[in-house]
Design a protein around this ligand. Structure first.
Ligand code: SAM
Ligand code: 2KA
Ligand code: SF4
Ligand code: MG
Length: 241
């Protein structure tokens, strides 16, 4: 079964969430069931990247990973778009595990796939009000229920991107509903077209300060972690890093 791949890049570092800083290679799949207003990867679903989509099977993807990564990586991150739309990722995940790679995956928690229980670092990233999307909490609850064992074993985290106070309130609700799941607040990047890395980095650091200032005074956030997107601080809005 073929997988719609829009980019493969790395080795780089995971810039977000629970395994921030980890050396990894990214596979980005095309297509999403959401259209977040601030999506930093809108080319995966808005048609602007359609020339870059290649239908690849697991072996072809693996050969490409070996070509760009040589023996210089042990971890592979699958993102998108929403990779959870693609049932046939199971073959790729199996192949990667057979070859002793650890596998991370980023999804918003709108769609379940049985292969989610095979992922070493699974990030579920429900979308706050600023995205313009509406969370189906029944669905999210079902998905996290199916992942109970994986959560207990430290393979799952929740990450909510924050742009404003309403988003923080939303994040608080999510954290309250799922207190056993490691919880990350991530600074939102509002300026997806800024070409000055210095200006963008300064703005993101200021947003990080704001987010930290909110968290440190709020007892309902005693057990969360606050992070920037490290890759955006380093490389700005550059694609494929
Ligand atoms: C591009 S998405 C792809 C995976 C999946 N669709 C999702 O949203 O989780 C990867 C991560 O980037 C985050 N993200 C997207 N746009 C962002 C932005 N402008 N600022 C900060 N994080 C962003 C998403 O919330 C998600 O956690
Ligand atoms: N370095 C780096 N880290 C990331 N973490 C999540 C990413 C994504 O777009 O899903 C991403 C990305 O695009 N680059
Ligand atoms: S769910 Fe993820 S890929 Fe889809 S639009 Fe939102 S941020 Fe972008
Ligand atoms: Mg990204």
């Amino acid at each position: 079964m073929k997988i719609p791949v829009i980019e493969i890049f790395g080795p780089t570092i995971q810039g977000e969430g629970a395994v921030i800083g980890k050396k990894t290679i990214f596979i980005r799949t095309a297509g999403c069931d959401y259209q977040c207003s601030w999506c930093d990867s809108a080319f995966t679903w808005d048609g602007s990247g359609k020339e870059d989509i290649t239908m690849m099977n697991a072996e072809e993807i693996f050969r490409e990973l070996e070509k760009i990564g040589l023996d210089n990586f042990e971890h592979v991150t699958i993102s998108g778009g929403n990779p959870a739309l693609i049932k046939s990722l199971s073959t790729l995940i199996r192949l990667l595990k057979e070859k002793n790679f650890k596998v991370g995956l980023e999804t918003q928690g709108s769609v379940w796939q049985d292969w989610m229980v095979e992922i070493d670092d699974l990030t579920i990233s429900p979308k706050p009000p600023s995205s313009g999307m509406k969370t189906d909490f029944d669905r999210l609850e079902d998905i996290l229920q199916l992942l109970t064992k994986r959560i207990d074993n430290g393979h799952v985290s929740i990450k909510v991107v924050i742009f404003n106070d309403k988003d923080l309130q939303y994040a608080k609700n999510v954290h309250k509903k799922f207190p056993a799941v490691p919880f990350y607040l991530q600074v939102g990047n509002e300026d997806l077209s800024d070409e000055s890395n210095e200006r963008l980095a300064l703005m993101l650091i200021q947003k990080l300060e704001w987010l930290v200032s909110k968290v440190v005074v709020d007892p309902e956030f005693n057990n969360v972690r606050v992070l920037p997107q490290l890759h955006t601080l380093l490389w700005g809005n550059k694609k494929g890093v």
